[in-house]
Design a protein around this ligand. Structure first.
Ligand SMILES: NC(=O)c1ccc[n+]([C@@H]2O[C@H](COP(=O)([O-])OP(=O)(O)OC[C@H]3O[C@@H](n4cnc5c(N)ncnc54)[C@H](O)[C@@H]3O)[C@@H](O)[C@H]2O)c1
Length: 342
């Protein structure tokens, strides 16, 4: 007998919603989007036409609907906690965009509540599905870089328009902060996945763009990983280049560089005089597609998680952990770049 098709509601029809929608469209035998909710009816209607889904502007309508099995929450960060808790209370499966919540405590409350309610809970952390990182993991975990000594990450984005025109992106009350709470979940998930926990950190934040914005648009976090390597993670909302990601891993026997704006995007360097490096087979240069496809894969993985009744590939606890690191980074920046143990 074929498994029951999941009835899905998408909650929040903003920028990232079409990517999630594409994920559900790729598994038509397993899931069907039946409702789209957004306080902006027009946004909800535009997305709903992809599925012939119904539209609402009050998410409580979704929760009261016994037909809906899964709610995909794509809302401003400060709404993650209250809405996620409501979804869990309504006993719907929950896919929640990053960050889990704006504090570690709220993140863990969501995790515990989902566990108690025995619903499937997934965090839409696309990092785990970025092909360049999946290939990088194989090289790192095979020990080809030797002992890791230094890890550097960089997440550049251009959010000037959103910071000035949107009611919540530039406001602490809407997004819980700026570049750090928005991009940090990806980086601190990535570090945990590939190298293990952060031991200690120091953070620096700045606000270059002050018009209509009150959040940090640049941040640097540096410190030590539990494996002994140094790390430096930089985030910017003010880079005049396409959204991208860069990872540099330096080890005692080799190095690896991932850069989504470089062709090829992943190269392995075996020794100091290896000027050319060796491209890793698999990840193609696709500066527009790498991000989109990783989100499609993350959505499909969560649908399969529910249908197959198995844990999601991304452990939500690792995403809660990332929020913990971000919270410590804010604490360091607020206290004169104090060294904080994580
Ligand atoms: N994985 C990634 O790389 C990635 C990229 C972009 C965004 N995101 C995440 O996705 C989430 C949404 O981001 P976005 O870029 O789509 O934001 P957005 O501002 O474009 O969209 C948010 C939508 O939520 C709607 N909304 C606000 N309050 C609501 C309410 N009470 N009820 C119903 N709808 C409401 C808004 O009208 C808007 O359409 C965030 O958590 C963000 O961090 C992740």
């Amino acid at each position: 007998m074929s498994p029951k098709k999941l009835k899905v509601a998408i909650l929040g029809a903003g920028l990232i919603a079409p990517n999630h929608a594409a994920g559900f469209q790729e598994v038509p035998d397993l899931a069907q989007v039946v409702a789209v909710c957004d306080i902006n009816r027009e946004s909800a209607e535009n997305l709903a036409t992809l599925f012939d889904a119904r539209v609402c502007t009050d998410y409580r309508e979704l929760l009261a609907d016994p037909e809906i099995d899964l709610v995909d929450v794509l809302l401003p960060h400060n709404l993650h906690y209250p809405v996620a808790m409501d979804v869990i209370r309504a006993m719907k499966h929950l896919l929640l965009e990053k960050p889990v919540a704006v504090t570690y405590q709220q993140s863990m409350e969501i995790y515990e509540a989902a566990k108690k309610a025995r619903i499937h809970f997934g965090v839409a952390e696309n990092t785990r599905f970025i092909r360049a990182y999946v290939e990088a993991e194989k090289i790192i975990k095979a020990g080809k870089l030797g002992d890791i000594t230094l890890v550097r990450t960089f997440l550049p984005a251009n959010e000037r328009v959103r910071l000035s025109s949107n009611k919540c992106w530039g406001k602490k009350a809407g997004f819980g902060g700026g570049a750090l709470i928005d991009s940090g979940p990806h980086t601190f998930y990535l570090l945990k996945w590939l190298f293990g926990e952060v031991r200690e950190l120091v953070a620096f934040t700045s606000q270059l763009y002050k018009v209509d914005s009150e959040v940090e648009d640049n941040a640097d976090v540096r410190g030590k990983l539990a494996c002994g390597a140094d790390f430096l993670s930089s985030f910017t909302f003010t880079a005049e280049i396409p959204h991208s990601e860069r990872l540099e891993v330096y080890g005692t026997t080799g190095s690896l560089i991932v850069d989504q704006l470089v062709n090829p995007p992943v190269k392995f360097y075996a020794e100091p005089v290896d000027f050319d490096g060796m491209p890793l087979k698999g990840p193609e240069y696709d500066p527009l597609g790498w991000h989109y496809f990783s989100i499609v894969e993350e959505v499909k993985d969560f649908v399969r998680t529910v249908v197959e009744d198995r844990p999601p590939t991304v452990n939500p606890l690792d995403c809660c952990y990332a929020v913990n690191v971000i919270e410590k980074a804010y604490e360091s920046a607020k206290n004169g770049n104090k060294l904080i143990q994580v």
